[in-house]
Design a protein around this ligand. Structure first.
Ligand code: ADP
Length: 163
């Protein structure tokens, strides 16, 4: 793959987990820069505000090492338009179990219908993150369960503050 290529990693990141970071780490040698696009979706209610989600991503990324620069930006509306505005044609998504596949296939094909040169690259996380999701983590967090194996340190702290 051309190392000069920039890529977009879109998602809700409510909040960022070690699974998201694992995908970012795997993607980082493949691209020259990755923009993590944090969605502001009015129809999705989130536990963490857009500002909190961005802040937690910035802190978590700063804690770690990646092989290309990582930028964190908010977006609203359609990801293909955000990609076009930023002159990016590659999207990164993570694939966990088979259950992700239907939705991801639908999204990737819909995005390509809207902008024909958009391609989605799917990466698989380490097995230990296959069952990790932000929603599961929120459930554990609400009941004050132990989160340190699933979340970067700044996110664990944010949960302690919230609950
Ligand atoms: P969305 O709301 O768009 O699904 P998420 O923030 O939940 O956004 O996830 C963003 C991307 O990261 C998605 O492609 C999702 O499949 C992937 N992802 C989330 N958790 C994991 C994980 N544990 N391992 C691998 N990929 C993951």
């Amino acid at each position: 793959m051309d190392k000069k290529r920039r890529a977009l990693y879109p998602g809700t990141f409510d909040p960022v987990t070690n699974g998201h970071l694992d995908i970012l780490k795997r993607a980082s040698p493949l691209f020259s820069e990755i923009i993590v696009a944090v969605g502001k979706n009015p129809s999705k209610s989130t536990l963490f505000s857009l500002e909190e989600r961005i802040d937690l991503l910035k802190k978590s990324v700063a804690h770690d090492k990646f092989q290309c620069p990582i930028q964190i930006l908010p977006f609203s509306g359609l990801i293909v338009e955000f990609a076009r505005d930023n002159k990016i044609t590659t999207l990164i998504r993570g694939l966990r179990a088979v259950s992700d596949f239907d939705y991801e296939l639908q999204m990737a094909l819909m995005n390509r219908k809207q902008v024909s040169d958009i391609e989605t690259v799917f990466l698989m996380p380490d097995e230990k993150y296959i069952y990790l999701s932000s929603s599961l983590v929120k459930t554990i967090g609400r009941f004050k369960g132990d989160l340190k194996n699933f979340l970067p340190e700044p996110v664990v702290e944010a949960f302690h503050k919230k609950f």
